[in-house]
Design a protein around this ligand. Structure first.
Ligand code: AMP
Ligand code: ZN
Ligand code: FE
Ligand code: FE
Length: 280
């Protein structure tokens, strides 16, 4: 069983359509793929139909934008009830805030680079959650950056002069919100320090207390040392261990299935979730 529970489609900042992503997962030999677009479940319906066709199981999820004292935290929510108004309202608020933030970043960047809000919008799929990757795509289209990764390392860096944060719920409160919506919360890439600051263990412990189910330990943004420390932390807090590719399509080097999750962990997620895994 090959299970890759964290990927993105064009419903947020991936480059494959939801159906294209599912077919790519089948071609990559995955048995189960998790679709976890940023702050949206918009891709679920299309992915579900494709999963039945492609013979791949689909784990429906989302990656919620959260923060702890200004530090970005990504929380995976699996199998939650999409009709839950608190959770869907929080996702809607994060999407709106991301949009404002993108406009302001583009204002700043456009003083120094030949992009406009219109040229960024041209990179965003209909109704998709906006993020820095779309700004990167506009910089690439303008011919001033070779690819997304270079744009992230320079113009779009958290440590750069153009970076702006956006409103997002507190990570501990978000864990409780996911549980209240029947979802299973897993903290995404808890030690991805290449992306910016990370939260201390004490905050992970508070999240565990609030109902966190697991830690995404096996992820390309973690060093071997971080993996070891996180494995110990998960054991201490009684949290499950997940691994994933965090695939974004063509815009990122991450390959489907480069890290995977054990079947027993998926079983636990499914047993605690409001929705079932879609099986072909
Ligand atoms: P944002 O959420 O707007 O702050 O942008 C960060 C997101 O960009 C994360 O989800 C990253 O996974 C994603 N991303 C996509 N392509 C890249 C890339 N080539 N380098 C770094 N981050 C990327
Ligand atoms: Zn992303
Ligand atoms: Fe993330
Ligand atoms: Fe992600």
């Amino acid at each position: 069983m090959r299970i890759d529970p964290h990927t993105h489609s064009a419903a947020s900042d991936g480059t494959d359509s939801p159906a294209g992503l599912v077919h790519a997962a089948a071609a990559a030999g995955l048995d189960v793929v998790g679709l976890t677009d940023h702050d949206t479940v918009r891709g679920w319906a299309e992915a579900e139909a494709a999963a039945r066709q492609a013979g791949v199981a689909l784990l429906r999820g989302a990656e919620l934008s959260c923060q702890w004292r200004g530090v970005t935290v990504h929380l995976l929510s699996y199998l939650h009830d999409p009709a839950d108004l608190t959770l869907s309202g929080e996702m809607e608020a994060a999407r709106r805030s991301r949009l404002d933030r993108a406009r302001t970043m583009v204002d700043r960047i456009s003083r120094d680079y030949p992009i406009t809000w219109a040229s960024v919008q041209a990179q965003v799929g209909a109704g998709a959650t906006v993020g820095r990757p779309h700004i990167a795509d506009a910089l690439v289209a303008a011919g001033v950056m070779p690819d997304r990764s270079t744009a992230f390392d320079t113009v779009l860096s958290v440590r750069g002069p153009y970076y702006i944060p956006y409103h997002a719920p507190d990570a501990v409160e978000a864990v409780a919100m996911v549980r209240a919506a029947g979802g299973v919360p897993v903290m995404a890439h808890p030690r991805a320090s290449v992306r910016g600051r990370v939260v201390p263990d004490a905050v992970v412990a508070q999240m565990a207390e609030a109902g966190l189910a697991g830690l995404e330990i096996d992820h390309r943004d973690h060093t071997a040392g971080a993996v070891e420390e996180l494995a110990a932390l998960a054991a201490r807090l009684g949290l499950a261990r997940t691994g994933s590719s965090d695939y974004h399509g063509a815009g990122k080097p991450n390959r489907l299935g480069e890290h995977t999750t054990a079947p027993a962990v998926l079983e636990r997620i499914e047993s605690e979730g409001f929705l079932p895994v879609v099986r072909p």
